[in-house]
Design a protein around this ligand. Structure first.
Ligand SMILES: Cc1cc2nc3c(=O)[nH]c(=O)nc-3n(C[C@H](O)[C@H](O)[C@H](O)COP(=O)(O)OP(=O)(O)OC[C@H]3O[C@@H](n4cnc5c(N)ncnc54)[C@H](O)[C@@H]3O)c2cc1C
Length: 500
């Protein structure tokens, strides 16, 4: 590390600092999603010259693939109590307080920019103190919520003439000998390029949903797939690490259930899950493990935390018995509509799931059997366990008492053949981990000191460390995007002739 920095310093000195740069800006924002766009708009409006580097040719990242709902707490003090209770010690009070105060201005900020909003959801954990302060919103309009939010923010960046360099992946942060960040090295279709940042660099390039090594190292249990953008490969984490950053929340994720097929990088969000209680396709389904055994109340765990029961490791069998697991359903459910949420996730523009799920049966994504035994045979689970699981569930439906405690109104029998099974996996909406930030959005080193002129926002090193409040990530993108943009814009402008 020391040698590497020294070499970079020498080469800068040999060429003179000014001439070694291909481009110059006050602030370089890395990653063009909600956090990057918000930071860029804020810094620009405070008078800074901002450029954005974006790895893909469109930007949008997980933001565009999302539901587009963002948190805007109504009473910051109560909201802080609630979020601290969810954090179970994984978040500092200071940063939570800063977050809720800034996030409570999210609606005001976006409406001032010209957005029209509508309410969208509340507390994920209504019984926790302070839950009533959890208010969420999304932009009005048609089409997927993430698209609405993304096209709005992107439009505001374009209106301001903020330069976005697409197909430009940041590869390294350039630091001076004091470790202050002075620019960014990036790769574009023409080769390597260096951009000087006279005030600061803001990292907002998302999570590590598509980095297999980091997932193996930090997440609990194998095979987390993702529903978001394949461009989120943890680049910002590696760049920040190399610059000397501390990491936090690396094991924290929001991960509901989805269906993953080799033809697509991203997974499809399932509709047969907790999140659709208010808008069910059908309740006639259960989850079974890889042996055919039912194991949980399918509607009892908050959507974002569903990965946890699926990461169960069986200490007798010495295996993850719920990876993969299956959703079992029947003909009546199949005919009700697509079993995935077509409006959500990265695949929403790449594939339209058929209305009656027949295309996906033909593709072999959904297995079918005229009887439960035949279905068990098709998917390779125990006939005994699968039929016992379904019988017990159907008996519970008759008696209005589910062995796993499902609410009575959701007890619909699985009894109209043929029967169907589809694999389910935990699929990331996002990873929360990354460089640790303080309440000023500065990236911190492992000794608790900020790395000079380096800021972060959004999912990259998110403040969410344990239980997640839904809509909290986009709420954080907007709040910490503004904090990062504001503080970066007030950094002093580095002179060209500073002395080492
Ligand atoms: C299906 C789905 C639904 C969701 N719904 C919600 C919701 O309703 N509410 C909510 O709060 N959260 C939701 N989330 C989570 C939320 O979308 C993300 O946490 C949030 O969008 C992250 O925004 P971001 O700006 O930090 O990163 P992103 O939006 O992911 O943007 C990061 C950008 O950085 C770019 N990038 C990556 N590496 C580099 C590099 N080396 N150089 C330059 N650019 C780079 C990427 O291409 C990308 O464009 C959802 C996620 C998914 C997948």
């Amino acid at each position: 590390m020391y040698v590497d920095l020294t070499l970079k310093f020498i080469s800068s000195c040999q060429n003179g600092l000014n001439v070694s740069w291909d481009k110059i800006a006050d602030i370089v924002v890395i990653g063009f999603g909600a956090a990057g766009a918000t930071a860029a708009i804020t810094a620009h409006d405070l008078g800074s010259e901002v450029v954005i580097l974006e790895k893909t040719d469109t930007g949008g990242g997980n933001t565009a693939a999302s539901g587009g709902a963002f948190l805007c707490p109504s009473e910051p003090d109560n909201a802080a109590d609630y979020i601290l209770a969810l954090s179970s010690g994984s978040m500092d009070e200071d940063i939570v307080k800063t977050f809720v105060h800034e996030a409570s201005k999210n609606v005001e900020w976006i409406v001032k920019l010209g957005a029209k909003i509508e309410p969208r959801g509340g507390a994920s954990y209504p019984s926790v103190k302070g839950a009533s302060s959890m208010r969420a919103y999304r932009l009005q309009g048609v089409g997927p919520g993430g698209d609405r939010l993304w096209s709005f923010l992107k439009g505001k960046v374009e209106e301001r003439g903020i330069k976005v360099y697409f197909k430009t992946a940041a590869t390294e942060l350039i630091q001076d000998v004091t470790r202050e960040v002075i620019g960014v090295e990036a790769r574009n279709p023409d080769g390597e390029t260096r951009i000087e940042a006279k005030r600061a660099v803001i990292l907002s390039c998302g999570g590590f949903e598509y980095d297999d090594n980091m997932k193996k190292e930090f997440l609990h249990g194998p095979s987390f797939f993702s529903m978001g953008s394949p461009a989120n490969t943890g680049d910002g984490i590696r760049m920040a690490q190399k610059a000397g950053a501390d990491l936090w929340h690396m094991g924290a994720v929001a991960a509901p259930l989805g269906h993953k097929f080799p033809e697509f990088d991203a997974a499809f969000p399932t509709r047969l899950a907790h999140q659709n209680i208010g808008d069910p396709l059908s309740f006639a389904f259960i989850y079974v493990d890889r042996h055919g055994q039912r194991f949980m109340n399918e509607l009892g765990v908050d959507n974002h935390l569903l990965w946890l029961p699926f990461a169960y490791f069986d200490l007798e069998r010495l295996e993850y018995t719920r990876i993969p697991a299956y959703i079992i359903f029947d003909e009546a459910t199949r005919l009700r509509g697509p079993i995935v949420r077509n409006q959500n996730g990265y695949n929403r523009n790449l594939y339209t799931w058929s209305e009656d799920n027949s295309d996906e049966i033909a593709r072999g994504w959904i297995a079918s059997g005229a009887t439960i035994d035949e279905l068990a045979q098709r998917i390779g689970v125990s006939q005994r366990l699968l039929s016992t699981s379904i019988e017990a569930y159907n008996n519970g439906c008759k008696q209005r008492l589910d062995p796993f405690g499902r609410p009575t109104k959701t007890l619909q029998p699985i009894d109209s053949p043929p029967y169907y099974a589809i694999k389910i996996h935990s699929c990331l909406l996002n990873t929360q981990g990354g460089p640790k930030r303080n309440s000023k959005a500065q990236v911190m080193d492992p000794y608790g000191k900020p790395i000079g002129k380096l800021y972060s926002a959004g999912e990259l090193g998110s403040l969410w460390g344990f239980l997640y409040q839904e809509t909290g990530n986009l709420g954080e993108c907007l709040a910490f995007g503004r904090i990062a943009g504001m503080n970066a814009a007030t950094e002093h402008i580095r002179e060209n002739d500073f002395a080492f």
